[in-house]
Design a binder for this molecule. Sequence first.
Ligand SMILES: Nc1ncnc2c1ncn2[C@@H]1O[C@H](COP(=O)(O)OP(=O)(O)OP(=O)(O)O)[C@@H](O)[C@H]1O
Length: 757
Amino acid sequence: MTSLEPAADPALRDALAHERAHHDTCRAALAAMVEGAGEQVVVGEDVSASGADAEVLGYRLRSRAKEMRELPEGPLFFGRLDFAAETRSDHAGQSYHLGRLRISEDPTVPPLVVDWRAPVSRAFYQASSRDPRGVAVRRRFGWAPGSRGDSADLTGLEDEHLERRDGSEERAGEGEVEGEVDGEGGGEGGGEEVGGEGGRGAARPGGLLAAEIERPRLGPMRDIAATIQPEQDDLVRADLTTSVCVQGAPGTGKTAVGLHRAAYLLYTHPHRIRRGGLLILGPNRTFLSYIAEVLPALGETGVRQSTVTDEIARHPVTGEDDERAAVVKHDARMAEVLRRALYAGVAGDGGPGERLPGEQMPGERFDSLVLAEGSYRWRVSGDQLRRIVADVRARELPYDTGRERVRARVVGLLREQAERRAGPRPNAWLYRISRSRPVGAYIDAVWPKVRPEEVVARLLSDPDALAGAAEGLLDADERKAVGWAKPPRTWRSARWSAADLVLLDEVAGLLAHPDGYGHVVVDEAQDLSPMECRAIARRAAYGSVTVLGDLAQGTTPWAARDWPTLLAHLGKPDAHIVPLTIGFRVPRAVVALANGLLGRLGVDVPAARSLRSDGELRIRRVEGEGEGGGDAEEEEEGVVAEAVAGEVVSAVADALAHEGSIGVIAADGPDVERLRGALSEGGVASAIATGGGPGELGARVTVLGAGVAKGLEYDHVVVVEPAAIVAAEGRGLHRLYVALTRAVSRLDVVHARPLPW
Ligand SMILES: Nc1ncnc2c1ncn2[C@@H]1O[C@H](COP(=O)(O)OP(=O)(O)OP(=O)(O)O)[C@@H](O)[C@H]1O
């Protein structure tokens, strides 16, 4: 970072004093806004026309007041834009401070701080010396680390002069622009060398931006509102109706982009998004707690953040599948198997071509329906009934809607007869007839009421039902893999596996459409199975999606190998696929190591480039024990040699000399506990992350299985015995790629066995 020592430069000192005073004004205005929001609740309830209005208005104002009170502390602005006087822009000659939230003293005058999501703020992220967008000066502010928003913590500022006062463009080389400090009302100051992005994407960051990127990490993820890069900004501000899919190498900011996009959409389309709701899906609860503070820091509370499993959970997961069963259950073909299984209970007319495989032929169900009312007999013939059912089925309505449609049509025919004889029938009559026992029994026979649990339990318990529904879709081995060896007595005592929940959700979606969201952000999407994608598709049927992922980091057995296939399962085949390749996390030396693995991962993705030339990579080879393959049984269990554990302890001890978090990543299994024991014996306290949720973050040293590491980052990472990580699972090499790319500043690789690269 460029030196920002105010004492050395009077102009800079003046500018800082001026900005600190502005910050104090903003702080006071914000306090008044919070107080005002509280007062509005009282006034709002009093002035409403009716009690109901008062309640609604009171609720809204109270929510707003609560939101305002919950505002996180921190600096109130991070940037400033001075528009050139001569520019054609609407903002010519204006100056705006930018922050995470709008602050104004009075609605009739321009705000003291504009929201980073407001249209005018866009220039802050996009303006460059090639395309200044009317901006004369872009100012970035430097705040003391961990500042709680005290103006005294404003420690520096950097100006980029993008448009010269004579209107000519600044001819600056890529990345570095000669800047000058130019405090408001102050004279011209001395030169500061600052960074900016001369061109798109490849610029080498300077000053405050570089400091932010290289800042040591500890605790949960932070927002990046101050330093969003132009190509990230394009994604953040994409139109609400546009579905985007971001293929990004590790650390390119996919998660950050997804969260900021969510905040942007909430700001830009408050009614549409809040009505439909916004859902953020991540891989596990530890990841969700890692990202949990980003949206609240941007002023957005109450966004649902969940995992696919939690989102679709109708039951707790108490059963387990072997991988073979899980693979079949997650396969897209299961959707058709389930559809057939569901409709197998619906009467068909048995005509050639009408019959679906696995469908029973209850032809007798098309006997005529007779309803006695006093001395009358109303009748619907078998032919009429057969036509009604066939007709409703052809409409492909949700199953439960179809059932009610059949009922309505049958009752309609009964009504016609009754009215012909006895004149108009009131609605009460219709209601009574449609709920009458003969009609109910008849509907139950031709279009039975079912629960998803009944359909799935029957399919997995009864080999004949499965064979029927899976005819031409699953072979005998696949059917055997998914069938329950010991079926429960009833579906109520079934032990559902995680994959079964996906099947239940599919059937539930056939019965009735679930409530949808206005927008769904799906992180680590490469790991989703086709059936999980369908579960998400049902919830985003009328909304748009932001899909974030990296094919190279796919570790599930069903991980996507290309995006178009996955997007088709998500119901968004037209989503734009956009690559991100500039890495903000992983240092160059580590990226080079990871890129070496990339060619062996069987996916076609652009390699990452790192913005970070700092960082260290250290390979610590442990001699002797375990080398050359070691004991086969031990290897299988993923047991690290004692000497390896000892080396891990010294790597962690060395790392403790630096600032920031330390993550020790080993193969999933007993090694995790063992390494924690070794660290503890070495006098180092550590936490274990299991993917289970909060409370697993924030420790200085964390030991975790490679399976939990996805999406997380640690300043210093120690990857333990890469060969064991690779050997532990089918996509072990992909898993290793994930583990290696968690490092922000330093990576130690400790091994006794040969390295897999
Ligand atoms: N524009 C930016 N300015 C500063 N920091 C950034 C920027 N973009 C991303 N980062 C930081 O880089 C790190 C990686 O970002 P993020 O976790 O979003 O990447 P990712 O692409 O989701 O990574 P992975 O695929 O490995 O999960 C985070 O610490 C994030 O805050």
